[in-house]
Design a binder for this molecule. Structure first.
Ligand SMILES: [Zn+2]
Length: 362
């Protein structure tokens, strides 16, 4: 949360998220433990490992044969590294009991994690999706290890636009440690202080980083602003009216027949003020182009390819290109398609000749 600060940051938040900005409170939660450490209900044991490798189809013998484990340099069976989370899971019925207690108001709002989630919800970021899970292993888990895990809120990003919607990325780091099973009090009898003490005495075995995106649901994401309005004059109104009717009109001198674009009051060749229009076929070739990356205006999608198109009637027009930015090439054959940007604005967008649909630019 450190790249943008001050008023500029606040402006950007407002632009992206139309709800209260809790950045300062969220930033204060970074580095905090999400709650007390959790103690695994069972020590690392051979039956659970056998169930796991059977379900996963993992045939590595170091997980099931003492001899294979010894040959691989371990003095006991080891557990598959990816079982990490499985050791900590409390089981379906216990999980349901905890959820019921939460629903009854027991634990809700108590820890930094609950506070973070409620702040994010209040910002309107109510949808959630898991995006990454990275695991780093310090040493293999061996029979008799008893695992403990502590979650820390590692980072909360500024709001970012994503394909799913505008949201914040939240990374939670889980620090796994192991203690000998013999050091752990009888099942269910360890107090919070004892669990904390076990965690502090534990040997680091793994770190997991879990990232989620909390984002604005699609129907609450601010719509893209409409395109800037063209400056309509008595000289060019016909052109925009033609575009609304999906006709590409070109001004023609009524005296000498010369075509001209953009529209002007008088003929550059003979000076006549009399003119009419012809409807162009829309076929042409790319004379020149730019692909705009910056500055970005919210109404447009970037990168934005804009072409100077030489029409087969013999004049040139500037228009958006419905061509992938990397595929734009001078001389390419193009065809006009009309895109209705909103009720009041339709414009030609040139796509590769023969393309069935307008591509970008909509
Ligand atoms: Zn003329």
């Amino acid at each position: 949360m450190s790249t943008v600060t001050g008023p500029e940051r606040a402006d950007r938040f407002e632009e992206l998220v139309p709800y209260p900005d809790h950045s300062a409170q969220l930033e204060a939660l970074v580095g905090q433990s999400a709650g007390a450490p959790n103690l695994s209900p069972h020590a690392v044991n051979a039956p659970m490992i056998r169930h796991w490798v059977e379900a996963m189809g993992d045939e590595n013998p170091v997980y099931v044969s003492d001899e294979a484990a010894r040959e691989a340099g371990y003095d006991r069976l080891i557990a598959p590294p990816t079982m990490l989370q499985a050791w900590i899971m409390r089981g379906l019925r216990s999980t349901l009991a905890v959820e019921e207690a939460r629903a009854a108001g027991g634990e809700q709002g108590s820890g930094p994690n609950e506070l973070m989630m409620s702040l994010l919800d209040d910002e309107g970021l109510t949808s959630v999706v898991a995006t990454n899970c990275d695991q780093h292993y310090d040493r293999p888990l061996v029979l008799g290890d008893r695992l403990l895990v502590r979650s820390v809120i590692e980072s909360i990003s500024d709001p970012k636009r994503t394909g799913l919607g505008t949201g914040r990325f939240i990374t939670t780091r889980m620090d796994y440690v192991a203690v000998p099973d013999a050091d752990v009090p009888e099942r269910g009898s360890a107090s919070t202080a004892e669990v904390q003490a076990l965690f502090d005495a534990g040997e680091p075995v793994a770190t997991q980083r879990f990232r989620i995106l909390k984002y604005l649901p699609p129907d609450r994401t601010p719509p893209r602003p409409s395109r800037p309005r063209p400056a309509i004059t008595q000289d060019n109104a016909f052109w925009f009216e033609g575009a609304q009717a999906h006709a590409l009109l070109i001004q023609r001198c009524a005296s000498c027949g010369t075509l001209r674009h953009p529209p002007l009051p008088a003929c550059g060749r003979c000076g006549s003020l009399e003119w009419d229009t012809v409807e162009a076929s829309g076929r042409g070739t790319l004379y020149s182009y730019v692909v705009v990356h910056y500055p970005q205006v919210a109404a447009f999608e970037y990168p934005l390819p804009i072409g100077l198109v030489e029409l087969e009637e013999g004049t040139r027009v500037v228009a958006n290109l419905g061509v992938e930015p990397g595929s734009v090439a001078i001389g390419m054959a193009l065809q006009a398609e009309f895109v209705d940007f909103d009720d009041a604005l339709s414009l030609p967008v040139f796509v590769p000749a023969g393309a069935p649909e307008p591509g970008r630019g909509a």
